[in-house]
Design a protein around this ligand. Structure first.
Ligand code: NAD
Length: 307
């Protein structure tokens, strides 16, 4: 209903990395709207070393002081089943997951050590997989689930010095694309946001004015809406920050089938048609692999029939 507030009474939300920054804003927002919240945070530093209970505990205290329901979990997202178990043990169910936990190991490409690559994949991509997989059977059984994935502009567009992070973050979009297809029939809806906000991850590269303008609270509204049972969106990718909200999609040029009956198809033919291959004037927006392959197979069959 248009004017009714979005509430979450009876729902259980697990927010990973909720001890700071964006995750904290989501946890507070969910709790204020009646959800029972698992505040997960490993409590380490931004490069993924160390651990502690303080970050999660502080957020739980803040939620409880305002009359909300929350419990802390200090495990790494790499142990997704433990996070989900905390939700089940304390609140009896799991409805919403925000896969928010994250770290950085920024380095130009050849300086990335094996461990810098591996820890970024483990925390972002594998962590997202482990937490989502642990919750999936419960969501399937109850015919309800909302999963928010967190990517980054660095993943979507690339960014100097973030090859490890870019790869993991775009991997998360790939995971979301398939989970949104697999989850649909059980009302498990999966969407991805690429946020921008002032936080300890970004304060070293942002001015104070930027940090002030990019409050995590300006990102939280879309996370809350996408997590609500009234929202039917799935498989979406959204750029969010400073109060700006937008959806992204793939775009494909009209394309050209260069294979012709009884003619050689070679690299020269590709070169000679480069303008047509890359011309976005009659672009289309494939929404599925069937959409994408369908056009290719149709054109290909037309050639075969002409042969
Ligand atoms: P943040 O450092 O303020 O918060 C991240 C939290 O995740 C920290 O509290 C940290 O302790 C926790 N964490 C790290 N590793 C963990 C693990 N293995 N298990 C559990 N918790 C762990 O950072 P933030 O800016 O709020 O970032 C939140 C998410 O948003 C991250 O996934 C980040 O990649 C993404 N993101 C942020 C921005 C931005 O502008 N801030 C931009 C793009 C993407």
């Amino acid at each position: 209903m248009a004017n009714s507030p979005l509430t979450f009474y009876g729902k259980v939300a697990l927010v990973t990395g909720a001890g700071n920054g964006l995750g904290k804003a989501y946890a507070l927002d969910f709790a204020a709207r009646g959800a029972s919240v698992v505040v997960n945070d490993l409590g380490g530093n931004i490069s993924g070393t160390g651990s502690g209970s303080r970050a999660a505990d502080k957020v739980v205290e803040e939620i409880r002081a305002k009359g909300g329901k929350a419990v802390a979990n200090y495990d790494s997202v790499e142990f997704g089943d433990k996070l989900v178990q905390t939700a089940l043990d304390n609140f009896g169910r799991i409805d919403i997951i925000v896969n928010n936990a994250g770290i950085l190991r920024d380095k130009s490409f050849v300086r990335i050590k094996d461990e810098d690559w591996d820890i970024i994949q483990r925390v972002h991509l594998r962590g997202t997989f482990m937490v989502s997989r642990a919750a999936w059977p419960h969501m399937k059984k109850q015919g309800y689930g909302r999963i928010i994935m967190v990517t980054s502009a660095a993943g979507i567009y690339g960014n100097f010095g973030q090859a490890n992070y870019s790869a993991a973050k775009l991997g998360i979009v790939g995971l979301a694309n398939t989970l949104s297809i697999e989850g649909r029939k059980n009302n498990i809806l999966v969407n991805t946001i690429a946020p921008i906000a002032g936080s300890r991850l970004t304060e070293t590269v942002m001015t104070k004015d930027m940090v002030d303008a990019l409050k995590p609270e300006f990102v939280s509204p879309i996370v809350v809406y996408l997590s609500h049972d009234s929202c039917e969106e799935t498989g979406g990718l959204f750029e969010v920050g400073a109060g700006f909200f937008a959806k992204l999609r793939w775009q494909r040029t009209e394309g050209v089938l260069l294979r012709e009956a009884n003619e050689v198809l070679d690299a020269e033919k590709v070169r000679d048609n480069w303008d047509r291959i890359t011309d976005f004037n009659k672009a289309t927006y494939p929404e599925s692999s069937q959409d994408s392959m369908g056009k290719i197979m149709q054109l290909s069959n037309e050639i075969d029939e002409a042969e």
